[in-house]
Design a protein around this ligand. Structure first.
Ligand code: DX5
Ligand code: ZN
Length: 224
């Protein structure tokens, strides 16, 4: 069992943009740890979302650290502008980054935390050699591109193996999961060793989004 603290990261993708300031305040009041920002380019994933301007707006509207998930090809083209816009964490996809070490080093040089994400079908071996350079490892629990998809249950075993890989390397990296995280799926991921949980649909479809953050956190605490 991981002794790490639980981090709940609501995903901006599912927010109501007409009420963004209000919703971000509700998330803060509910104790959310990070705001997860999904950047998609329509190439690496079949959807388009946000650029630096939206990151800058979020930076102004909330004190929450901005956990920026780059689902884009050639992510290095965005490091400077996203760091400048106020990103806290920049996570790139292993599938889009053949030069992981160079990119992770550049992200850290810019003063951000450096993360790598892997799709459900990508082996952990794709990132093993880069573990010493990682502040965060993101194990996708859906194929990225859209909110509201169903959690891929066999990923729980992959989370266990990811936890073992980080522990074996004595890495302090955060182990984040993203996709289909909800009341029914969060506890198995926590037990498997994840310590950061992205939740889009589960939080934003709840009648009280701040309360839902507390509920998700409590479901992990119950297992401790
Ligand atoms: C999926 C994104 C996720 C998405 C999660 O491609 O990376 O961050 O917002 O949404 P839910 O929690 O609804 O699966
Ligand atoms: Zn994401």
């Amino acid at each position: 069992m991981s002794a790490a603290r639980v981090r709940i990261a609501p995903s901006l993708l599912s927010a109501d943009f007409g009420r963004l300031a209000e919703q971000l305040a509700e998330l803060e009041a509910g104790g959310a740890d990070w705001l997860h920002v999904d950047v998609m380019d329509g190439v690496l994933v079949p959807n388009l979302t946000f650029g630096a301007k939206v990151i800058e707006t979020c930076r102004r509207l909330t004190k929450l650290p901005l956990d920026v998930h780059l689902m884009v090809v050639e992510p290095e083209n965005y490091f400077d502008s996203f760091a400048g816009a106020g990103a806290t964490v920049l996570t790139i996809h292993a599938e889009a980054a053949p030069h992981l070490h160079r990119h992770l080093a550049r992200i850290r040089e810019l003063g951000c935390k450096a993360g790598v994400a892997i799709n459900p079908a990508t082996s952990l071996e794709a990132v093993r050699e880069a573990v010493p350079e990682l502040d965060l490892l993101l194990v996708m629990t859906v194929n990225p591109g859209f909110g509201g998809q169903q959690f891929i249950a066999p990923m729980v075993g992959k989370i266990e193996r990811a936890r073992a890989m980080l522990d074996d390397a004595r890495s302090a990296a955060v182990l984040e999961v993203d996709g289909g995280i909800a009341r029914t799926t969060i506890a198995p991921c926590w037990r498997a060793g994840a310590d950061a949980f992205v939740a889009g649909n589960a939080v934003f479809s709840a009648p009280n989004i701040g309360a839902e953050v507390r509920t998700l956190r409590a479901l992990c605490a119950d297992q401790a």
